[in-house]
Design a protein around this ligand. Structure first.
Ligand SMILES: [Zn+2]
Ligand SMILES: [Zn+2]
Length: 389
């Protein structure tokens, strides 16, 4: 659209709304007309197509506050100023789905805006709209959290400090120095894309002038140097569910970076580190503990006291002749599961070899050695080794 277009065309009349019309009324009028004249509903009807282009063009200007202001100015001042070299263009509507207009309800404003973005800002009329006007889902964010052993079992609420990119707080994401506004990119006319034709194929690539933003900034914001983006950090309280294990990555839906222009928030992924416990280990829902025992306890049998997590010690009965390293299961003394039941405590017995023996114990052991002198515990092993070679 040029200044000449602005002077010659009465967009208010095209949409059948007064000059004082509110944006909602303009939207409603456009929707009504767009339904009526949409090319898919008027196949082969050139007049309807022309009409549709006209109302689309009118709406592209009147629905954009800034462009509407420019339009009004040009019309009232006789076209002295070319509004930012902006020739947004009505473009094609090849990729425009009729269902998007017909399907929406009266307040599906965002969706309609999306569809319109797709029509108005693109020459080719295919694919997605511009970077500028579309609702955008916030980015997914990754962070880490370190939990104590007990918090990992029970679940915990932790404060997570998130740093990420957001709109620059000084220019509110426009990238323009305060007091100035960005203007529509003259190279891509606001689409953010450049179309290149190679033979029969049309390629679309991000516009090099504006880097796909559709807008250019003459006086860049000093804080973000015109990017419109800035690093920000915030702290959120996140609930880590019960039963997470070390190294696990959990997803907290909607806790990532906030969306833009009404888009949904991204997700937050938390890599969980669990501090080791001085006594207990964990495998899934089971807790593990290694308990020292004496050789006579294993050989003769015994009842031994074993520590349990958050409970009084439990007694494990060791049968006579228990080999070193055997694992005993104590039911219900493990991690509480979601269904309210508990995992088990797995107790590994490990012979503690006495480091300094008193005279009586030393004598008893020497007697034991003498009494079992005829039994070589390695006899069978050596025999097997001989057979195998
Ligand atoms: Zn551009
Ligand atoms: Zn800025």
């Amino acid at each position: 659209m040029s200044t000449k277009d602005y002077l010659e065309k009465d967009y208010y009349k095209t949409l059948g709304v007064p000059k004082t019309a509110k944006s909602d009324d303009i939207k409603a009028a456009y929707r009504k007309l767009a339904r009526k004249y949409h090319p898919d509903a008027n196949k082969g009807n050139v007049e309807a197509e022309e009409k549709f282009k006209e109302i689309s063009e009118a709406y592209s200007v009147l629905s954009d506050e800034k462009r509407r202001k420019e339009y009004d100015e040009v019309r009232s001042f006789g076209g002295f100023r070319v509004p930012g070299g902006n020739r947004g263009g009505t473009g094609g509507f090849g990729g425009f789905d009729l269902g998007d207009i017909f399907g929406g309800t009266g307040d599906a404003g965002d969706r309609l805006g999306d569809v319109l973005g797709g029509i108005f800002r693109r020459g080719g009329g295919q694919g997605a709209g511009p970077a500028q006007n579309r609702a955008r889902r916030g980015a997914d964010v990754e962070t880490e959290a370190t939990l104590s052993f007990s918090d990992a079992i029970d679940g915990a609420t932790v404060g997570l400090r998130l740093t990420g990119e957001g709109p620059c707080p000084i220019c509110h994401g426009t990238g323009a120095k305060s007091g100035t506004v960005p203007r529509v990119c003259p190279t891509c006319e606001g689409t953010g894309h450049e179309n290149r034709n190679l033979g029969n194929f049309a390629f679309t690539e991000p516009c090099k002038t504006c880097h796909g933003r559709g807008m250019v900034v003459d006086d860049p914001c000093e804080t973000c140097h015109g990017s419109g983006r800035a690093q920000s950090s915030r702290t959120i309280q996140a609930r880590i569910p019960a039963g997470v294990s070390d190294g696990q990555r959990i997803k907290l839906k909607g806790k990532g970076a906030p969306g833009e222009r009404g888009g949904p928030s991204g997700d937050l992924y938390v890599r969980v580190h669990v501090k080791p416990h001085p006594v207990f280990g964990r495998t899934g829902d089971n807790l593990t503990v290694t308990v020292p025992v004496s050789m006579p306890e294993l050989a003769l049998g015994a009842e031994v006291k074993v520590p349990a997590h958050r409970s009084a010690p439990v007694t494990v009965r060791i049968p006579a002749g228990t080999p070193n390293g055997r694992v005993f299961r104590v039911r219900g003394k493990g991690v509480r599961r979601k269904d309210g039941t508990n995992g088990d405590l797995l107790v590994t017995v490990e012979v503690a070899v006495p480091q300094d023996l008193t005279g009586k114990a030393r004598h008893a052991l020497e007697d034991l050695r003498a009494a079992t002198a005829g039994e070589d515990p390695r006899e069978e092993l050596l025999a097997r080794a001989r057979e195998a070679s």
